[in-house]
Design a protein around this ligand. Structure first.
Ligand code: GDP
Length: 318
């Protein structure tokens, strides 16, 4: 990710992330404990990943970021950077780690990118497994990657071969949420066509993305409707901006064009709010799927390998 000139904090922005509004039951649990959540962002450089992340959490996670030159970009392999921020809203604490994969798509050898990212995800599982079998099990820090926003370019006609390959390489390790970047560059028709195309290709290639669970039958109608709308919006077509623009006397986040302003938090302009709502209302589900599905896969594979190694050693000795 590169640092753009328009980064900044929003001391006077009225918005907040919204995790304090989680359903009551979840809320009560997390008030005590606080949330630990890790979000990974993957996609080509320049698609607006850092801008979107800063807009999502109303904080500048990368104030000191250094921008590499073009020659350096080619040389560079993928570096993983994890930034942790603690956000508190109405007494609810969120320890959020954003794992950034800068340089993805820059390096000529994309296999290196894959390896580094997969290694990072596996290392967090490994660390958790190690801590879980240790003495201090109650105070494990959970650094496992709970969600991956996969940024797709709005300029292509769907997924690129690299997108397909990459998503397939991580889909059994992490919850993938596909996101169309810079949606302000698309007309409504183009956006809808691209969404359909991406969904078709995801199905065609057998890519498993995160499935939003259906709302329970005892949930209120509003929540059910929200879930339905969120499901229908995937892949979320988003815009990001760290600039505050005055519109009708109100300061809003947006992008100023000669013909008008695209508003980040206007659901008619893009899916930013939906993406944020999805993340906030499904944070716990994303954690549970990570624990019950992805981590369990990792653990059983890991134990199987350990057994095989043990058997091999036994055979070797006798
Ligand atoms: P990253 O490399 O993926 O982290 O991308 P950045 O967040 O650094 O953004 C790269 C450039 O794209 C910057 O000039 C941003 O101002 C611009 N940008 C970010 N988000 C958007 C967006 O939603 N729409 C448009 N048109 N440009 C954007």
């Amino acid at each position: 990710m590169s640092q753009s000139g328009e980064k900044g904090k929003f001391p006077d922005a009225a918005g907040y992330v919204g995790f304090a509004n989680l359903p009551n039951q979840v809320h009560r649990k997390s008030v005590k404990k606080g949330f630990e959540f890790t979000l990974m962002v993957v996609g080509e450089s320049g698609l607006g990943k850092s801008t979107l992340i800063n807009s999502l959490f109303l904080t500048d996670l990368y104030p000191e970021r250094y921008i590499p030159g073009a020659a350096e970009k080619i040389e560079r392999t993928v570096q993983i950077e994890a930034s942790t921020v603690e956000i508190e809203e109405r007494g609810v604490k969120l320890r959020l780690t954003v794992v950034d994969t800068p340089g993805y798509g820059d390096a000529i050898n994309s296999q290196d990118c894959f390896k580094t990212i997969i290694q990072y995800i596996d290392n967090q599982f490994e660390r958790y497994l190690h801590d879980e079998s240790g003495l201090n099990r109650r105070h494990i820090v959970d650094n496992r990657v709970h969600c991956c926003f996969y940024f797709i370019s709005p300029f292509g006609h769907g997924l690129k071969p690299l997108d397909v390959e990459f998503m397939k390489a991580i889909h059994s390790k992490v919850n993938i949420v596909p996101v169309i970047a810079k949606a302000d560059t698309l007309t409504l028709r183009e956006r809808d066509r691209l969404k359909r195309r991406i969904l078709d290709e995801i199905a065609e290639h057998g890519i498993k993305i995160y499935q939003l669970p259906d709302a329970d039958s005892d949930e209120d109608e509003e929540f059910k409707e929200q879930t339905r709308v969120l499901k229908a919006s995937i892949p979320f077509a988003v815009i990001g901006s760290n600039q505050l623009i005055e519109v009708k006397g109100k300061k809003i986040r947006g992008r100023l064009y000669p013909w008008g302003v695209v508003e980040v938090e206007n659901p008619e302009h893009n899916d930013f709010l939906k993406l944020r709502t999805m993340l906030v209302t499904h944070m716990q589900d994303l954690q549970e799927v990570t624990q019950d599905l992805h981590y369990e896969n990792f653990r059983s594979e890991r134990l199987k390998r350990a057994d095989e190694l043990f058997l091999f050693q036994v055979q070797f000795i006798y």
